[in-house]
Design a protein around this ligand. Structure first.
Ligand SMILES: Cc1ncc(COP(=O)(O)O)c(C=O)c1O
Length: 418
């Protein structure tokens, strides 16, 4: 007797290497897996209740703490009053005024001609990347670029675009890839502005110089830089390159912005072209309008002198954590962004470390293969402006206790992990 098709399908999906890997770890370490957690409560300073335990959350990308800002919250609530919960139409047909206002404010803040908002950064990448290149073009992607870039690249490849990888953050290898690509009309080179698992920044200037010499445009997914890096939080691109002449910059509205969505900063011409060439824009719905009101409120904050206060609070918290982690002799990755990764190495040790910190009252994300290299497990700590300094001291103390139970590598290990 044959199994029902649904059972056969479930069996087939469970054969996938990643599913087997995750299920193996979940079975082997049921107590320390800590994935898929459910948060019952949250407070204004990153306190939260999970599994009945009150912990400090060091796993939020809401870096500026604007999710708790009364002006942003009120804007969203006002938006519900004005627009209802969702307008239920593709933007190819109609956009609410708040969408256009949010795009204009984002452009003003970023210093670009125009922006185009998508429901998420993932959908921006899945729509724009295949939309920008055709069969006569090449798409070159950093081997460590975010999954959403890789998925967008797969769609482009399925459409007949030549897809080439290059070594992570390596301008020389990018040059090689473009040279070996031979004859092409134009190239798009897609990278992350901040590598979210390690907090590392790419050498934007050198990569852009290679692009300019090679008839290529740089596409920078700066999801983690939006709102926190660069002057006024405008991200990595403008400070590194001085202008946006040869770049598309993609930003997030759901990390430091604490709203919802993603956007592409570009020229007015490309705004128009991307509207016609992004399937995720045409065939999907928009960001719910109340959140677009929230985006406008956040832009106002970022363009006001208050931004510096928020950014200073975030920097002070970050400094406190990094100095403390260095004093403990830990191997600390990143540090220029509010994502700080402490190297553990072994997968089981990384998961156990996350569990022990959780039991001490601190939630951090244990990140293991395949999000980072095999045996390159890290404790990913996200610092926010609304963390109490005492919470950071408490986490450092918990890390000190952890060192007694799990041997954590020192800074020398970074040379091997790089
Ligand atoms: C570089 C990068 N791109 C895209 C995303 C996904 O963004 P979204 O949640 O808006 O789809 C992330 C999420 O962490 C990211 O780090």
């Amino acid at each position: 007797m044959h199994d029902a098709p649904m059972q056969m399908l479930a069996h087939a999906v469970r054969q996938h290497g990643l599913v087997r890997f995750i299920e193996h770890f979940a079975q082997q370490f049921p107590d320390c897996h800590l994935k898929d957690v459910v948060v019952e409560e949250m407070d204004a300073h990153r306190g939260m209740v999970v599994n009945g335990r009150r912990v400090v959350n060091f796993g939020s990308d809401s870096f500026l703490g604007l999710d708790q800002d009364p002006r942003v919250r009120e804007a969203v609530v006002r938006g519900v009053g004005k627009w209802g919960t969702h307008n239920g139409a593709s933007r190819a047909f109609a956009s609410v005024r708040a969408n256009v206002d949010a795009e204009e404010k984002l452009a003003q803040w970023l210093g670009v001609e125009a922006t185009l908002i998508y429901p998420s950064v993932t959908l921006a990448n899945l729509g724009a990347i295949p939309g920008l290149v055709g069969r006569r073009d090449v798409l070159v992607v950093d081997e460590h670029a975010h999954n959403s870039i890789q998925e967008g690249a797969k769609v482009a490849r399925a459409n007949g675009v030549r897809l080439l990888p290059f070594a992570h953050g390596d301008p020389l290898d990018l040059e090689r890839a473009l040279r070996e690509a031979g004859d092409y009309r134009v190239a798009v080179v897609a990278i992350d502005g901040v590598y979210s698992m390690t907090g590392a920044l790419p050498p934007l200037k050198a990569l852009n110089e290679v692009c300019q010499r090679s008839r290529a445009v740089l596409y920078v997914d700066d999801a983690h830089g939006t709102g926190v890096l660069g002057r006024r939080g405008r991200g990595t691109v403008l400070d590194a390159l001085g202008n946006y002449d040869n770049t598309f910059v993609v930003g997030s509205l759901s990390k430091a912005f604490s709203c919802a969505g993603g956007f592409i900063g570009c020229t007015r011409e490309f705004q128009r072209l991307l509207k016609m060439r992004s399937n995720t824009y045409i065939f999907g719905g928009p960001v719910p309008p109340p959140y677009l009101e929230g985006v406008c409120a956040v832009c106002d904050i970022l363009m006001s002198p208050e931004y510096d206060l928020l950014a200073d609070r975030l920097k002070a918290n970050l400094r406190r954590l990094i100095d403390g982690a260095n004093r403990l002799g830990l191997a600390v990755l990143g540090g220029e962004t509010p994502i700080v990764s402490v190297l553990v190495g072994d997968e089981a040790a990384t998961l156990s470390a996350g569990r022990l910190l959780f039991e001490a009252g601190y939630y951090i994300q244990s990140v293991t293969f395949p999000a980072v290299p095999y045996h390159g497990g890290v404790l990913r700590i996200q610092v926010n402006a609304n963390h109490w300094p005492e919470s950071i001291d408490g986490l450092l103390d918990a890390l000190r206790q952890l060192q007694r139970v799990i041997p954590l590598p020192g800074p020398d290990a970074l040379n091997h992990a790089a």
